[in-house]
Write a protein that binds this ligand. Structure first.
Ligand SMILES: *Cc1c(COP(=O)(O)O)cnc(C)c1O
Length: 455
């Protein structure tokens, strides 16, 4: 029966894809994937795509990684799910013990959920409730950075600041204090991110002075504002935020959903700044991209503020049906086991500088490349119409989308953010795949610029 199914047609008959204008599928129908292996995805016709965006930044160690797959298969035969109130299971206990060993100091109490956005909601409620229960009930607001992204549920959208996702919902979003984020490419102080003193932290300082009394927490994507176009800022900025949070009694919530697990070259982005947040959110790479799973990790201090007689109503009543799911835990444990061997880290020491240089060599010499920036294996290429004046292209041209279409034809899955082309490949990517993906990205960029009359 399967033989007669027109997959693309039936997909469009039934499926409303996320984060897409469905009308675009008239020209570019959905690519129906049959199987994955390493950084390769194969569609139903056998065509191969190099997945250099880690399938929405979550695939960490390759598709169908044998070690993670085996762990998952084994777990499925032992225990697939169990209620997580009053009940527990070995996998989640082991996982928490292992994570506690590698997390920044002080983070040792684990709450689990099943996706990044829900972990953000959890972190926000936890911080708010903490201050309600510790004699500072006026602290009810959140701060966050402009151009930040924290997910798409209503609370997460409120602290995020990408108009593309949140603009229409403004009337139903919370009132959040947005602090002007570091924007090194357009630095208002004309400094360089490699040696500045983060003069831009003054914007945060001003907001803390004004609003700290009514603020329970600030949410940040440490070092890398992913959805904003893979914007990278210095670790010193994060250090300064930590100091402000200490001084003004505001929780620092680190959204490491995209940055955790060596994406930035270290286990966590917070490690670059040598700081510990009060609450950390993990998801995406946590299970290697296998299972919807997330963790919210916090300190004893926050945990203890909820610890009391049931009738005092201090408990954190937040729950998700799939909290602490055993299948997710088994994958996360397999991921940590792989890191324990150290081979991935060894490989990265060699492949990271190779990749970063390769991208610089291929793109910096183009007149329409404003900046090439990198952290870990993540590389972003910002296209501009005028390099000197840093003027961007008219977004209506959808140059990034044109490049995306061309690259797909050549078997490379890029997914530019506006006119920022980026690479965020699985950590296991090898040099020859880097060579191919970068070559295709450059060709497609040049062709697109030419077709639009810019070269
Ligand atoms: C993806 C992402 C989220 C949201 O996670 P979902 O699982 O998609 O809900 C939140 N914050 C950051 C930084 C992310 O990259």
């Amino acid at each position: 029966m399967e033989k007669n199914i027109d997959w693309q047609k039936e997909d469009l008959n039934y499926i409303w894809h996320p984060c897409s204008q469905m009308k675009d599928y008239e020209k570019l129908p959905p690519i129906v994937i049959e199987k994955g292996e390493g950084i390769n995805l194969y569609d139903v016709n056998g065509k191969c795509y190099k997945d250099v965006v880690s399938s929405w930044w979550c695939n960490l160690l390759g598709h169908c990684n044998p070690e993670i797959s085996n762990a998952l298969k084994k777990q499925a035969d032992i225990l697939e799910h169990v209620i997580f109130a009053n009940f527990s299971h070995k996998g989640i206990i082991k996982l928490s013990m292992e994570l506690a060993k590698i997390l920044p100091k002080g983070l040792k109490k684990f709450n689990y959920s099943d996706n990044g956005s829900s972990s953000i909601e959890m972190a926000m409620k936890m911080s708010f409730q903490y201050f309600q229960q510790t004699g500072k009930p006026r602290k009810i607001k959140f701060m966050a950075l402009t151009d930040g992204y924290h997910g798409e549920t209503i609370g997460a959208l409120s602290v995020g600041a990408c108009d593309l996702y949140s603009k229409i919902y403004k009337p139903i979003l919370m009132d959040v204090i947005h602090i002007k984020a570091p924007d090194c490419y357009h630095c208002p102080f004309n400094k360089n991110r490699d040696n500045c003193s983060c003069e831009c932290a003054k914007f945060a300082q001003e907001s803390f002075e004004k609003y700290a009394d009514e603020t329970c927490a600030i949410l940040v994507e440490p070092l890398l504002q992913g959805s904003a176009g893979m914007r990278i800022y210095p670790s010193l900025y994060l250090k300064k935020l930590r100091q402000l949070c200490d001084k003004y009694d505001v929780h620092l919530i680190a959204d490491e959903i995209a940055t955790g697990f060596y994406r930035t070259g270290k286990m966590f982005a917070c490690n670059h700044a040598d700081i510990s947040p009060d609450i950390m959110c993990l998801s995406k790479g946590l299970t290697g991209g296998y299972m919807p799973f997330a963790a919210v990790v916090t300190t004893d201090e926050i945990y203890n503020a909820f610890y009391d007689d049931y009738l005092k109503h201090k408990a954190f009543m937040h729950s998700h049906t799939y909290s602490g799911n055993p299948l997710g835990a088994s994958c996360a444990l397999a991921v940590l086991d792989i890191f324990k061997k150290g081979e991935i880290q060894e490989q990265l020491k060699e492949t990271t500088p190779y990749f970063n240089n390769l991208i610089k060599e291929n793109f910096l010499n183009l007149d329409n490349v404003g900046e090439v920036r990198s952290i870990g294996l993540i590389n972003a290429i910002e296209l501009v119409q005028d390099k000197k004046e840093k003027i961007h292209f008219n977004s209506k041209l959808r140059l990034g989308y044109q490049i995306y279409n061309k690259a797909l034809k050549k078997g490379v899955l890029l997914r530019p953010l506006g006119d920022v082309i980026y690479f965020n490949p699985p950590l296991i990517i090898q040099k020859q795949d880097m060579d191919y993906a970068v070559k295709v990205a450059r060709e497609c960029t040049v062709e697109t610029l030419k077709e639009n009359g810019f070269m």
